[in-house]
Design a protein around this ligand. Structure first.
Ligand code: ZN
Length: 318
């Protein structure tokens, strides 16, 4: 008994965005020429960016200086309808500028509010978040401990002593929707989550491990259940701070006893398709937080930016 399904749409952060072009990153003349009309994304310490009427608000790169500055990272370029290219850079800032008319800037944080942005903008911010958070933690050479410096328009850091080069890191994590081949899905609640909040199970790939082995190990460790029929669904970057979520589904036997792992999973249960449908139509974590507790449904599912919600929607509505 194997029920196959596919993601009904591309995950929010996996949509096509600005063009990544490795060749321009060490072309100083090209970068300088592009800087003159380049766009700039400012990201504050809380990962927020300025928006206007719900759309990403871009600044001009030349506000930082007449040439590319070391702390800016090149996200890529936008290709205009006339064939011209506009480079888009990002930079970390202490705070977002106050709007011209005064008042507080309108902002969005990718992880909680990314679903309100256009998918291409959300994808661009995923690249910005991944690069900027890596730079913040890669300031010293892994070989000799000397300071490292920006290189390749922010896509590398080079040791100032021995030239050793490092590239932005991404940690693979698997996320797996476990179902019974019929109308039930197995969901878990992490100890830090409030009662009623559940999601599909996930975990980091260990060194030297295949993705399939990781799915089996994680599900077994977290809920004590054996899975089979592991099938790949799709992926999306999750730069909080540096993961990529690799989505799978697999089947398990609801008769098998669930043993929630101490510390990682507080409780896990089988839910029916109609329970999941009802919860999906009620809203998501972020929109329900702080609302009247009597209106909060029994089952709270993850937000639209996560691949988890897309996986659950695809399974529930097939
Ligand atoms: Zn070094």
């Amino acid at each position: 008994m194997t029920e196959h399904f596919e993601l009904h749409e591309l995950p929010m952060l996996s949509h096509p965005t600005v063009v990544h072009d490795e060749l321009v990153r060490d072309d100083e003349a090209r970068l300088r020429a592009g800087w003159r009309n380049a766009a700039l994304v400012r990201v504050d310490p809380r990962g927020r960016v300025a928006t206007r009427d719900g759309a990403l608000l871009l600044a001009e790169a030349t506000e930082l200086g007449s040439e590319p500055v070391a702390e800016a990272v090149l996200l890529g370029h936008d290709r205009e309808t006339d064939g011209s290219e506009t480079d888009v850079w990002a930079v970390s800032v202490g705070w977002l500028p106050t709007p011209a008319g005064g008042g507080q800037p309108e902002t969005v944080e990718l992880r909680t509010g990314g679903a309100t942005l256009r998918p291409s903008e959300a994808g661009m911010l995923a690249t910005a978040a991944a690069l900027l958070s890596w730079h913040a933690t890669a300031r010293f050479c892994a070989l000799c401990g000397s300071p490292t410096a920006h290189a390749l328009a922010g896509w590398s850091r080079r040791c100032t002593q021995n030239g050793h080069e490092e590239y932005p890191r991404t940690d693979p994590a698997v996320i797996c929707l476990v179902h019974d081949g019929g109308d039930q899905v197995l969901l878990g609640r992490q100890p830090a989550w409030p009662p009623g909040r559940f999601s599909v199970l996930a975990g980091f790939v260990e060194a030297g491990e295949s993705l399939e082995a990781c799915v089996q190990r994680e599900i077994s460790e977290e809920v004590g259940v054996a899975v089979s029929n592991i099938r790949y669904l799709g992926s999306q970057p999750w730069p909080f701070p540096r993961s990529i979520m690799l989505g799978f589904h697999a089947t398990a036997d609801p008769a098998e006893q669930i043993v929630a792992r101490d510390g990682e999973i507080a409780e896990a249960h089988w839910f029916t398709r109609s329970q999941v449908r009802e919860s999906l139509s009620a809203g998501e974590w972020t929109s329900l937080e702080g609302s009247d507790t009597e209106q909060v449904p029994l089952l709270l599912l993850p937000g639209s930016v996560s691949i988890a919600r897309g996986m659950l929607e695809s399974w529930a509505n097939r």
